[in-house]
Write a protein that binds this ligand. Structure first.
Ligand SMILES: CC(C)(COP(=O)(O)OP(=O)(O)OC[C@H]1O[C@@H](n2cnc3c(N)ncnc32)[C@H](O)[C@@H]1OP(=O)(O)O)[C@@H](O)C(=O)NCCC(=O)NCCS
Length: 185
């Protein structure tokens, strides 16, 4: 199981020790508003941990809990998994944060690291992300990652705004960012 780091976050594979922190996250109706539309119960979060642990064992990737490196607090979660939870479907990236942590660029920071894991470590050919059409914060994270809108598509038995980026597009973006130097006065 792979732990990832960013400047402000440590991404640890979700495990039993994270139950209470993940439950705080998943039981907030505002966090779940655009995901399932209702808060998860403790049992729902326990099932998530059980499912995710099996995926880590089978696939070597799944959901991480995000920890603030300074406070040690569990402040969110994110994943690399497969659309429809079906390994024959394209890789999917996802994220959610405690509401107290919104608007600080943390989702984009974690997403950047999970995306490079998907392309550089897993060698995924393509990465997809889905959100409710009116979830502007989430679609903005997708755009910041360089993903392009592909339209409304049916996954998990619902229609979602669907975004995607290929490995080639990700590498081009990385090269562009590496060669960018800010204008001087
Ligand atoms: C979606 C979510 C993870 C975004 O997290 P975040 O850390 O606030 O996102 P970032 O700070 O990286 O911001 C990304 C962009 O979205 C914008 N944004 C944030 N909230 C917004 C809102 N409510 N409406 C419009 N844009 C918003 C930010 O300004 C930023 O745009 P910029 O690149 O132009 O500056 C967070 O809002 C969340 O946890 N929501 C609930 C769970 C959820 O819906 N998850 C996604 C399921 S698909």
């Amino acid at each position: 199981m792979t732990t990832l780091h960013t400047a402000r976050l440590r991404l640890e594979p979700c495990c039993q020790d994270h139950l209470q922190g993940l439950h705080r996250l998943n039981s907030d109706p505002l966090v779940m508003r655009y995901i399932t539309g209702k808060p998860d119960t403790l049992e729902d979060t326990q099932s998530m941990i059980d499912r995710v642990q099996a995926r880590w064992a089978d696939w070597g990737y799944s959901w991480w809990s995000f920890f603030d490196r300074e406070s040690g607090e569990l402040i969110g979660a994110g994943c690399i998994q497969h659309l429809d939870r079906d390994a024959s479907q394209p890789h999917e990236i996802g994220w959610r944060l405690q509401r107290s942590q919104w608007g600080k660029g943390l989702a984009s920071e974690a997403a950047e690291r999970m995306t490079s894991f998907a392309f550089d470590t897993l060698e995924a050919p393509q990465l997809t992300a889905i959100c409710a059409p009116d979830n502007l914060a989430s679609s903005r994270v997708m755009e910041r990652l360089g993903m392009a809108y592909r339209g409304l598509e049916r996954w998990y038995e619902r229609d979602w705004a669907t975004y995607a980026i290929s490995a080639g597009q990700w590498r081009e973006r990385a090269a562009r960012l590496a060669s960018y130097s800010p204008p001087t006065k």
